[in-house]
Write a protein that binds this ligand. Structure first.
Ligand code: CS2
Length: 458
Protein backbone atom coordinates (compact mmCIF):
# COMPACT_ATOMS: atom_id res chain seq x y z
CA UNK A 1 0.00 0.00 0.00
CA UNK A 2 1.51 3.39 -0.94
CA UNK A 3 1.95 6.07 1.70
CA UNK A 4 0.24 9.42 2.14
CA UNK A 5 2.48 12.30 0.96
CA UNK A 6 2.16 15.63 -0.87
CA UNK A 7 2.50 13.72 -4.15
CA UNK A 8 0.08 11.03 -3.08
CA UNK A 9 -3.15 12.52 -1.77
CA UNK A 10 -6.35 10.56 -1.15
CA UNK A 11 -9.65 11.10 -2.92
CA UNK A 12 -11.73 10.14 0.12
CA UNK A 13 -10.73 12.95 2.53
CA UNK A 14 -10.89 16.75 2.67
CA UNK A 15 -7.48 18.21 1.65
CA UNK A 16 -5.54 21.36 2.68
CA UNK A 17 -7.16 24.23 0.79
CA UNK A 18 -3.98 26.32 0.31
CA UNK A 19 -0.61 26.02 -1.39
CA UNK A 20 1.66 24.57 1.28
CA UNK A 21 4.77 25.00 -0.86
CA UNK A 22 4.30 28.78 -0.88
CA UNK A 23 4.14 29.07 2.91
CA UNK A 24 6.79 29.63 5.58
CA UNK A 25 7.11 28.45 9.14
CA UNK A 26 5.63 30.96 11.61
CA UNK A 27 5.17 28.74 14.67
CA UNK A 28 7.52 26.46 16.60
CA UNK A 29 5.62 23.88 18.64
CA UNK A 30 7.14 21.84 21.49
CA UNK A 31 5.50 18.47 22.17
CA UNK A 32 3.94 17.35 18.90
CA UNK A 33 1.72 14.60 20.28
CA UNK A 34 -1.66 13.50 19.02
CA UNK A 35 -3.41 16.28 20.96
CA UNK A 36 -1.77 19.13 19.05
CA UNK A 37 -2.37 17.40 15.74
CA UNK A 38 -6.10 17.24 16.57
CA UNK A 39 -6.25 20.74 18.04
CA UNK A 40 -3.80 23.56 17.27
CA UNK A 41 -2.66 22.12 13.92
CA UNK A 42 -6.31 21.70 12.90
CA UNK A 43 -7.19 25.33 13.82
CA UNK A 44 -4.05 26.57 12.05
CA UNK A 45 -4.83 24.55 8.93
CA UNK A 46 -8.35 26.02 8.85
CA UNK A 47 -7.05 29.56 9.52
CA UNK A 48 -4.55 29.37 6.63
CA UNK A 49 -7.25 27.98 4.33
CA UNK A 50 -9.67 30.77 5.20
CA UNK A 51 -7.38 33.75 5.77
CA UNK A 52 -3.89 32.89 4.48
CA UNK A 53 -0.68 33.79 6.28
CA UNK A 54 2.65 32.04 6.79
CA UNK A 55 1.75 29.85 9.71
CA UNK A 56 3.25 26.47 9.03
CA UNK A 57 4.26 24.74 12.26
CA UNK A 58 7.70 23.26 12.93
CA UNK A 59 7.03 20.53 15.49
CA UNK A 60 9.60 19.59 18.09
CA UNK A 61 9.69 16.24 19.86
CA UNK A 62 11.84 16.66 22.95
CA UNK A 63 12.76 12.98 23.19
CA UNK A 64 11.08 10.38 21.03
CA UNK A 65 11.68 10.06 17.27
CA UNK A 66 8.30 8.32 16.78
CA UNK A 67 6.23 11.26 15.51
CA UNK A 68 9.08 12.40 13.21
CA UNK A 69 9.21 8.90 11.76
CA UNK A 70 5.44 8.96 11.21
CA UNK A 71 5.17 12.43 9.67
CA UNK A 72 8.44 13.38 7.94
CA UNK A 73 8.22 10.69 5.23
CA UNK A 74 4.70 12.04 4.60
CA UNK A 75 5.87 15.66 4.19
CA UNK A 76 4.19 16.49 7.53
CA UNK A 77 0.74 15.41 6.29
CA UNK A 78 -1.60 13.21 8.33
CA UNK A 79 -5.28 12.36 8.50
CA UNK A 80 -7.51 13.62 11.30
CA UNK A 81 -10.48 11.29 11.86
CA UNK A 82 -13.38 12.99 13.66
CA UNK A 83 -15.26 10.16 15.23
CA UNK A 84 -18.72 9.88 16.78
CA UNK A 85 -21.61 7.43 16.86
CA UNK A 86 -22.51 8.91 13.47
CA UNK A 87 -19.26 7.73 11.82
CA UNK A 88 -15.91 9.19 10.81
CA UNK A 89 -15.06 12.40 8.93
CA UNK A 90 -11.58 12.37 7.40
CA UNK A 91 -9.44 15.46 6.76
CA UNK A 92 -5.81 15.65 5.70
CA UNK A 93 -4.11 18.39 7.74
CA UNK A 94 -1.36 20.41 6.05
CA UNK A 95 -0.18 22.85 8.70
CA UNK A 96 2.80 20.87 9.98
CA UNK A 97 5.95 21.55 7.96
CA UNK A 98 8.15 18.96 9.59
CA UNK A 99 9.11 17.40 12.88
CA UNK A 100 12.47 17.90 14.60
CA UNK A 101 13.75 15.45 17.20
CA UNK A 102 15.50 17.65 19.74
CA UNK A 103 18.46 15.43 20.66
CA UNK A 104 19.21 14.89 16.93
CA UNK A 105 19.06 18.53 15.75
CA UNK A 106 19.17 20.99 18.66
CA UNK A 107 20.74 23.76 16.53
CA UNK A 108 17.85 23.69 14.07
CA UNK A 109 15.37 24.35 16.89
CA UNK A 110 17.39 27.32 18.13
CA UNK A 111 17.65 28.66 14.54
CA UNK A 112 13.87 28.45 14.18
CA UNK A 113 13.16 30.24 17.48
CA UNK A 114 15.64 32.94 16.37
CA UNK A 115 14.19 33.29 12.84
CA UNK A 116 12.57 36.66 12.02
CA UNK A 117 9.68 34.77 10.39
CA UNK A 118 8.81 33.00 13.66
CA UNK A 119 6.22 34.82 15.77
CA UNK A 120 4.82 32.22 18.13
CA UNK A 121 6.16 29.31 20.17
CA UNK A 122 3.51 26.94 21.50
CA UNK A 123 3.75 24.15 24.06
CA UNK A 124 1.97 20.88 24.80
CA UNK A 125 4.77 19.30 26.81
CA UNK A 126 2.36 17.84 29.41
CA UNK A 127 2.33 18.83 33.04
CA UNK A 128 5.68 17.20 33.79
CA UNK A 129 7.43 19.02 30.93
CA UNK A 130 7.37 22.24 33.01
CA UNK A 131 9.74 20.65 35.57
CA UNK A 132 8.02 21.92 38.71
CA UNK A 133 9.03 20.83 42.19
CA UNK A 134 6.33 20.07 44.79
CA UNK A 135 6.54 23.70 45.94
CA UNK A 136 5.72 24.86 42.39
CA UNK A 137 9.20 26.37 41.90
CA UNK A 138 11.43 25.28 39.01
CA UNK A 139 13.13 21.95 39.64
CA UNK A 140 16.59 22.81 38.29
CA UNK A 141 17.68 19.18 38.35
CA UNK A 142 14.84 18.29 35.96
CA UNK A 143 15.20 21.42 33.77
CA UNK A 144 18.39 20.32 32.01
CA UNK A 145 19.79 20.77 28.51
CA UNK A 146 16.94 18.68 27.04
CA UNK A 147 14.20 20.89 28.53
CA UNK A 148 12.24 23.60 26.72
CA UNK A 149 13.92 26.21 28.92
CA UNK A 150 17.32 25.57 27.37
CA UNK A 151 15.96 25.97 23.82
CA UNK A 152 14.09 29.15 24.76
CA UNK A 153 17.20 30.57 26.42
CA UNK A 154 19.40 29.96 23.37
CA UNK A 155 16.79 31.03 20.80
CA UNK A 156 15.72 34.18 22.67
CA UNK A 157 19.36 35.17 23.28
CA UNK A 158 19.87 35.10 19.52
CA UNK A 159 16.79 37.28 18.97
CA UNK A 160 17.99 39.76 21.57
CA UNK A 161 21.48 39.90 20.02
CA UNK A 162 20.00 40.40 16.53
CA UNK A 163 17.70 43.19 17.70
CA UNK A 164 14.60 41.22 16.72
CA UNK A 165 11.24 41.45 18.46
CA UNK A 166 10.06 39.03 21.11
CA UNK A 167 7.69 36.10 20.68
CA UNK A 168 4.32 34.98 21.92
CA UNK A 169 5.09 31.99 24.16
CA UNK A 170 1.76 30.18 24.36
CA UNK A 171 1.31 27.31 26.80
CA UNK A 172 -1.46 24.89 25.75
CA UNK A 173 -1.16 22.47 28.64
CA UNK A 174 -3.71 21.53 31.29
CA UNK A 175 -2.18 23.64 34.05
CA UNK A 176 -3.93 26.35 36.03
CA UNK A 177 -2.71 29.77 34.89
CA UNK A 178 -0.52 28.02 32.34
CA UNK A 179 0.88 31.19 30.70
CA UNK A 180 1.78 32.82 33.99
CA UNK A 181 3.39 29.61 35.22
CA UNK A 182 5.49 29.41 32.05
CA UNK A 183 6.63 33.02 32.49
CA UNK A 184 7.55 32.51 36.14
CA UNK A 185 9.40 29.23 35.52
CA UNK A 186 11.30 30.63 32.51
CA UNK A 187 12.30 33.67 34.60
CA UNK A 188 13.55 31.39 37.39
CA UNK A 189 15.58 29.47 34.80
CA UNK A 190 17.01 32.58 33.12
CA UNK A 191 17.90 34.18 36.46
CA UNK A 192 20.40 31.37 36.95
CA UNK A 193 21.43 30.47 33.39
CA UNK A 194 21.26 33.79 31.49
CA UNK A 195 20.71 36.68 33.92
CA UNK A 196 21.02 39.36 31.22
CA UNK A 197 18.20 37.81 29.18
CA UNK A 198 15.45 37.65 31.81
CA UNK A 199 14.43 41.32 31.70
CA UNK A 200 14.50 41.34 27.88
CA UNK A 201 12.30 38.22 27.71
CA UNK A 202 9.67 39.65 30.05
CA UNK A 203 9.66 42.98 28.24
CA UNK A 204 9.50 41.64 24.69
CA UNK A 205 7.69 38.31 24.95
CA UNK A 206 4.13 37.61 26.05
CA UNK A 207 2.84 34.55 27.86
CA UNK A 208 -0.91 34.26 27.22
CA UNK A 209 -2.92 31.80 29.28
CA UNK A 210 -5.07 29.40 27.31
CA UNK A 211 -7.66 26.70 27.77
CA UNK A 212 -7.47 23.83 25.29
CA UNK A 213 -10.08 21.12 24.96
CA UNK A 214 -10.48 18.17 22.65
CA UNK A 215 -10.55 14.51 23.65
CA UNK A 216 -7.83 12.65 21.73
CA UNK A 217 -7.31 8.96 22.45
CA UNK A 218 -3.96 7.39 21.57
CA UNK A 219 -4.12 6.07 17.99
CA UNK A 220 -4.34 2.27 17.72
CA UNK A 221 -3.26 -0.08 14.89
CA UNK A 222 -7.00 -0.66 14.26
CA UNK A 223 -7.50 3.11 13.69
CA UNK A 224 -4.67 3.14 11.12
CA UNK A 225 -6.10 0.07 9.39
CA UNK A 226 -9.57 1.63 9.22
CA UNK A 227 -8.28 4.87 7.69
CA UNK A 228 -6.10 2.88 5.29
CA UNK A 229 -9.14 0.96 4.09
CA UNK A 230 -11.12 4.17 3.63
CA UNK A 231 -8.36 6.11 1.80
CA UNK A 232 -6.56 3.28 0.00
CA UNK A 233 -3.34 4.85 1.37
CA UNK A 234 -1.14 4.11 4.34
CA UNK A 235 -0.95 6.92 6.89
CA UNK A 236 1.31 6.29 9.90
CA UNK A 237 0.29 9.62 11.43
CA UNK A 238 -3.49 9.11 11.79
CA UNK A 239 -5.08 10.93 14.74
CA UNK A 240 -8.58 10.15 16.01
CA UNK A 241 -10.65 12.71 17.86
CA UNK A 242 -14.18 13.77 18.80
CA UNK A 243 -16.21 16.37 16.85
CA UNK A 244 -16.06 18.86 19.77
CA UNK A 245 -13.18 21.31 20.09
CA UNK A 246 -12.59 24.46 22.14
CA UNK A 247 -9.66 26.86 22.44
CA UNK A 248 -9.81 29.97 24.61
CA UNK A 249 -6.73 32.21 24.42
CA UNK A 250 -5.87 35.32 26.43
CA UNK A 251 -5.62 38.33 24.16
CA UNK A 252 -1.93 38.96 24.80
CA UNK A 253 0.08 38.43 21.63
CA UNK A 254 3.55 39.90 21.15
CA UNK A 255 3.06 40.23 17.38
CA UNK A 256 1.27 38.59 14.49
CA UNK A 257 -0.97 35.56 14.89
CA UNK A 258 -3.00 33.26 12.64
CA UNK A 259 -6.72 34.02 12.25
CA UNK A 260 -7.51 31.36 14.86
CA UNK A 261 -10.47 33.39 16.09
CA UNK A 262 -12.03 33.33 12.60
CA UNK A 263 -12.14 29.53 12.73
CA UNK A 264 -13.62 29.00 16.17
CA UNK A 265 -10.99 29.91 18.79
CA UNK A 266 -12.11 32.44 21.42
CA UNK A 267 -9.68 35.28 22.13
CA UNK A 268 -10.70 36.77 25.49
CA UNK A 269 -9.42 39.16 28.16
CA UNK A 270 -9.49 36.58 30.96
CA UNK A 271 -9.13 32.84 30.41
CA UNK A 272 -9.36 31.89 34.10
CA UNK A 273 -13.09 31.00 34.28
CA UNK A 274 -12.87 28.73 31.22
CA UNK A 275 -9.64 27.13 32.36
CA UNK A 276 -10.83 26.54 35.92
CA UNK A 277 -14.12 25.02 34.75
CA UNK A 278 -12.34 22.75 32.29
CA UNK A 279 -9.63 21.57 34.67
CA UNK A 280 -11.89 21.00 37.66
CA UNK A 281 -14.97 19.65 35.84
CA UNK A 282 -13.77 17.85 32.68
CA UNK A 283 -10.31 16.79 33.79
CA UNK A 284 -11.38 16.33 37.43
CA UNK A 285 -14.17 13.93 36.42
CA UNK A 286 -11.89 12.24 33.87
CA UNK A 287 -9.25 11.38 36.47
CA UNK A 288 -11.91 10.09 38.87
CA UNK A 289 -13.40 7.88 36.15
CA UNK A 290 -9.89 6.64 35.34
CA UNK A 291 -8.86 5.43 38.81
CA UNK A 292 -12.29 4.21 39.90
CA UNK A 293 -13.04 2.76 36.47
CA UNK A 294 -9.80 0.76 36.22
CA UNK A 295 -10.47 -0.62 39.67
CA UNK A 296 -13.94 -1.70 38.55
CA UNK A 297 -12.50 -3.57 35.57
CA UNK A 298 -13.33 -1.07 32.81
CA UNK A 299 -10.95 -0.12 29.98
CA UNK A 300 -12.65 2.90 28.39
CA UNK A 301 -14.23 6.20 29.49
CA UNK A 302 -17.55 5.37 27.78
CA UNK A 303 -17.77 2.14 29.81
CA UNK A 304 -17.03 3.87 33.10
CA UNK A 305 -19.58 6.65 32.53
CA UNK A 306 -22.23 4.01 31.72
CA UNK A 307 -21.81 2.60 35.26
CA UNK A 308 -24.46 4.27 37.46
CA UNK A 309 -22.18 4.51 40.52
CA UNK A 310 -19.30 6.07 38.61
CA UNK A 311 -21.53 8.41 36.68
CA UNK A 312 -23.09 9.65 39.94
CA UNK A 313 -19.62 10.25 41.34
CA UNK A 314 -18.44 12.11 38.23
CA UNK A 315 -21.59 14.24 38.34
CA UNK A 316 -21.07 15.00 42.03
CA UNK A 317 -17.50 16.13 41.37
CA UNK A 318 -18.62 18.41 38.56
CA UNK A 319 -21.90 19.79 39.88
CA UNK A 320 -21.60 19.72 43.69
CA UNK A 321 -17.90 20.04 44.36
CA UNK A 322 -16.19 21.82 41.42
CA UNK A 323 -18.95 24.12 40.10
CA UNK A 324 -19.45 26.07 43.38
CA UNK A 325 -15.73 26.99 43.32
CA UNK A 326 -15.81 28.45 39.80
CA UNK A 327 -16.43 32.14 39.11
CA UNK A 328 -18.06 31.69 35.73
CA UNK A 329 -17.70 34.10 32.83
CA UNK A 330 -20.80 35.94 31.58
CA UNK A 331 -22.99 33.53 29.61
CA UNK A 332 -21.30 30.44 31.04
CA UNK A 333 -23.80 27.82 32.27
CA UNK A 334 -21.97 25.25 34.37
CA UNK A 335 -24.98 22.93 34.54
CA UNK A 336 -25.19 22.79 30.75
CA UNK A 337 -21.40 22.39 30.64
CA UNK A 338 -21.63 19.31 32.89
CA UNK A 339 -24.44 17.88 30.69
CA UNK A 340 -22.28 18.33 27.58
CA UNK A 341 -19.27 16.70 29.27
CA UNK A 342 -21.28 13.62 30.24
CA UNK A 343 -22.45 13.30 26.62
CA UNK A 344 -18.85 13.63 25.35
CA UNK A 345 -17.59 11.01 27.81
CA UNK A 346 -20.33 8.66 26.54
CA UNK A 347 -19.13 8.84 22.89
CA UNK A 348 -19.02 5.09 22.17
CA UNK A 349 -16.80 5.36 19.10
CA UNK A 350 -13.79 7.09 20.71
CA UNK A 351 -12.44 4.20 22.78
CA UNK A 352 -10.62 6.61 25.10
CA UNK A 353 -8.53 4.46 27.42
CA UNK A 354 -8.75 5.03 31.18
CA UNK A 355 -5.11 3.99 31.56
CA UNK A 356 -4.09 6.90 29.27
CA UNK A 357 -5.80 9.35 31.65
CA UNK A 358 -4.43 7.58 34.75
CA UNK A 359 -0.80 8.29 33.84
CA UNK A 360 1.11 11.12 35.54
CA UNK A 361 -1.47 11.50 38.31
CA UNK A 362 0.97 13.35 40.58
CA UNK A 363 1.25 16.04 37.92
CA UNK A 364 -2.48 16.26 37.15
CA UNK A 365 -4.21 15.94 40.50
CA UNK A 366 -3.19 19.29 42.03
CA UNK A 367 -5.09 21.39 39.47
CA UNK A 368 -7.87 18.82 38.92
CA UNK A 369 -8.83 17.91 42.51
CA UNK A 370 -6.68 19.57 45.14
CA UNK A 371 -7.55 23.12 44.15
CA UNK A 372 -11.25 22.21 44.41
CA UNK A 373 -10.65 20.59 47.80
CA UNK A 374 -8.77 23.65 49.05
CA UNK A 375 -11.47 26.10 47.92
CA UNK A 376 -14.25 24.01 49.44
CA UNK A 377 -12.30 23.60 52.65
CA UNK A 378 -11.91 27.37 52.91
CA UNK A 379 -15.70 27.68 52.49
CA UNK A 380 -16.40 24.98 55.10
CA UNK A 381 -17.72 22.42 52.57
CA UNK A 382 -16.71 18.80 52.25
CA UNK A 383 -15.98 16.91 49.03
CA UNK A 384 -16.87 13.25 49.51
CA UNK A 385 -16.72 12.46 45.78
CA UNK A 386 -13.20 13.81 45.29
CA UNK A 387 -12.06 12.04 48.45
CA UNK A 388 -13.39 8.78 47.06
CA UNK A 389 -11.45 9.43 43.86
CA UNK A 390 -8.32 10.29 45.87
CA UNK A 391 -8.60 6.97 47.63
CA UNK A 392 -8.71 5.20 44.26
CA UNK A 393 -5.65 7.16 43.09
CA UNK A 394 -3.72 6.22 46.20
CA UNK A 395 -4.59 2.56 45.64
CA UNK A 396 -3.48 2.97 42.02
CA UNK A 397 -0.08 4.43 42.93
CA UNK A 398 0.28 1.74 45.58
CA UNK A 399 0.20 -0.64 42.62
CA UNK A 400 -3.26 -2.21 43.05
CA UNK A 401 -3.98 -2.04 39.30
CA UNK A 402 -0.47 -3.04 38.21
CA UNK A 403 -1.17 -6.74 37.67
CA UNK A 404 -3.73 -5.88 34.99
CA UNK A 405 -2.46 -2.52 33.73
CA UNK A 406 1.30 -2.57 34.16
CA UNK A 407 3.52 -0.58 36.47
CA UNK A 408 2.49 2.90 37.58
CA UNK A 409 3.34 5.47 34.90
CA UNK A 410 4.17 8.62 36.85
CA UNK A 411 7.40 10.62 37.19
CA UNK A 412 7.04 10.36 41.00
CA UNK A 413 6.09 6.67 41.04
CA UNK A 414 9.14 5.66 43.08
CA UNK A 415 8.62 8.37 45.73
CA UNK A 416 4.92 7.52 45.95
CA UNK A 417 5.62 3.83 46.39
CA UNK A 418 8.19 4.68 49.06
CA UNK A 419 5.67 6.90 50.88
CA UNK A 420 3.23 3.98 50.92
CA UNK A 421 5.87 1.62 52.19
CA UNK A 422 6.96 4.02 54.95
CA UNK A 423 3.61 5.35 56.11
CA UNK A 424 0.91 3.00 54.84
CA UNK A 425 -2.78 3.76 55.07
CA UNK A 426 -3.66 7.29 56.11
CA UNK A 427 -0.06 8.26 56.74
CA UNK A 428 0.40 8.47 52.99
CA UNK A 429 -2.05 11.34 52.88
CA UNK A 430 0.13 13.52 55.04
CA UNK A 431 3.28 12.41 53.21
CA UNK A 432 1.76 13.23 49.84
CA UNK A 433 -0.39 16.29 50.54
CA UNK A 434 0.88 17.80 53.79
CA UNK A 435 3.20 20.79 53.98
CA UNK A 436 6.54 19.67 52.61
CA UNK A 437 4.82 16.64 51.03
CA UNK A 438 5.10 15.45 47.47
CA UNK A 439 2.18 17.55 46.18
CA UNK A 440 1.46 20.82 47.93
CA UNK A 441 -1.83 22.52 47.32
CA UNK A 442 -3.15 24.53 50.24
CA UNK A 443 -5.54 21.74 51.19
CA UNK A 444 -5.02 20.46 54.72
CA UNK A 445 -6.06 16.83 55.10
CA UNK A 446 -7.44 17.35 58.62
CA UNK A 447 -9.24 14.81 60.76
CA UNK A 448 -12.47 16.55 59.79
CA UNK A 449 -12.02 15.24 56.25
CA UNK A 450 -13.17 11.62 56.11
CA UNK A 451 -10.64 9.38 54.44
CA UNK A 452 -12.73 6.24 54.59
CA UNK A 453 -11.95 5.02 51.05
CA UNK A 454 -8.37 4.45 52.05
CA UNK A 455 -9.28 1.60 54.33
CA UNK A 456 -11.54 -0.07 51.80
CA UNK A 457 -10.27 -3.43 50.63
CA UNK A 458 -7.07 -3.29 52.67
C1 CS2 B 1 -7.29 13.70 29.96
C2 CS2 B 1 -7.09 14.86 28.99
O1 CS2 B 1 -5.43 12.30 29.63
C3 CS2 B 1 -5.99 13.07 30.39
O2 CS2 B 1 -5.55 13.32 31.51
O3 CS2 B 1 -8.05 14.13 31.04
O4 CS2 B 1 -6.12 14.61 28.05
C4 CS2 B 1 -8.40 15.29 28.32
O5 CS2 B 1 -8.86 14.29 27.43
C5 CS2 B 1 -8.22 16.59 27.57
O6 CS2 B 1 -7.76 17.57 28.47
C6 CS2 B 1 -9.53 17.02 26.94
O7 CS2 B 1 -9.40 18.29 26.43
Amino acid sequence: MSRLSPENLPAGAALPAYDRTAKQIGIVHFGLGAFTRAHQAWYTDAAMAAHGGDWLIAGVSLRSPDVAQQLNPQGGLYTLAETSGGGRGLRVIGSIADVIVAPESPARIIDLIAAPTTHIVTFTITEKGYCRAASGALDFAAAGEGSVYRFLRDGLARRQAAGLGGLTLLSCDNLADNGHQLRRLLCEYLAVHAPALGAWAVQHCTFPCSMVDRIVPATTPADRAEVEAALALRDEGVVVTEPFSQWVIEDAFAGLRPAWDAVGAQIVADVAPYETAKLRMLNGAHSALAYLGLESGYSFVHEAIADRRLRALAEAIMRQEAAPTIHSAPGMDLGAYADALIARFANPALNHRLIQIAMDGSQKIPQRWLATLADNQAAGRECPAILTALGAWLRHVRGDNAAQWGKVDDPRAAELAEAWAQNGKQGIVAAVFGNGGLLQCGWQPTAAVPLHPLTEGE
